[in-house]
Design a protein around this ligand. Sequence first.
Ligand SMILES: [Zn+2]
Length: 402
Amino acid sequence: MNNELNDFFEVDIATLNPTNKLYYFNPYMIEASSNIVAILKDKDFYKIVLDETLFYPEGGGQPSDRGEIEEIPVFDVKEKDGIVYHYVNELPKSSKVNCKIDFHRRFDFMQQHSGEHALSGVILKLFGGANKGFHIGEQFVTIDINIKDMTEEMLTEAEKETNRYIFENQKVDQIVTDTEGLKAYPIRKEITAEEDIRVVSMGEADCCACCGTHVRNLGEVGIIKIIKAESYKGMTRISFLCGYRALNDYREKNDIIKSLKKELSAEESMILTKVQKQREDISALKKQSDIIRKDLAKNISLNIKADETIALIFDDIDFPTLAHIESILLEKSNTVILATTIDNKITAVTKNDAINLGQFFKSNIKTYNGKGGGSKDKVQGSFETKEDIIAFYTSLMSEVVK
Ligand SMILES: [Zn+2]
């Protein structure tokens, strides 16, 4: 352990001033030099307290920043009673440290968070719906609006109106005030704090108390796109994307459309029609093939002699046809075992009480890398390879036809 830092382990956290939060004054600041004021040892990592910090701690729906303290990765940041803790696996060499945040991650959160405020402000204005929950996830950003089942029309209108404010590049002001000063602002949500209240005001779009990091102008949000809406605890949970996330999503969707166009040899506007047509074709073919299968089953069955047990393995008949053959053969046999190496599947049925098919499958099918089972008198199974099904079929035969 480095001597210079030893004393910081002894510091009583209760005596410290709240951490000076640089991200409040300038959320665009990427690098700063700070001083260590306390260190806590926790299992196999350390929690460093600095006099001032660039790092936003987890809170208010916004995840914590990542970055480095003297090139040591900061893997989590949390705040408790105004003190910000930086989680690291090793300690720097001295108490004066150079800090850097991952601005790509920070700016993504700024775009999502500012977009979320604007959308929530618009929904309140248009429909009187209040935001009751906010989360920036890995993939989507979600808000929970206390309106049951918002319609497609409402969502489209809210999306359009929010984007209008973004395209108008409404200015975003971040002000620190107290209960008295707050009266000047038409804030969207009631708050309980009395001093150091941060208000994020977005022109006509929104005004809300918030401790997160925001863009300077709404234009930096780029675009907001609602992806889906679903019922959630009597409310509507809206998932959306802003900025680079929306651009990436657009790129991925465009790539899918390009592949579909190629696959279907169709123009974009005809993709849906073409898919619907293919579905109808498949449905007609299925009906037709079912008729043919039944005929085929009848013809095959005619040439099979009645016996106590009928067991056959085919290499040219598929499983759906076997099912038809099975029902016909049951009229002239007590036990029917049919398998096919086309789909590597087997079906067996018996009217003989002395045979327990389900038990045999349960005890043996895994040995042959198969899946399936059923009752005492009716079973089905599928296998990975032709060799496996042939071996299992042979084993079942020797058990039944003793
Ligand atoms: Zn906020």
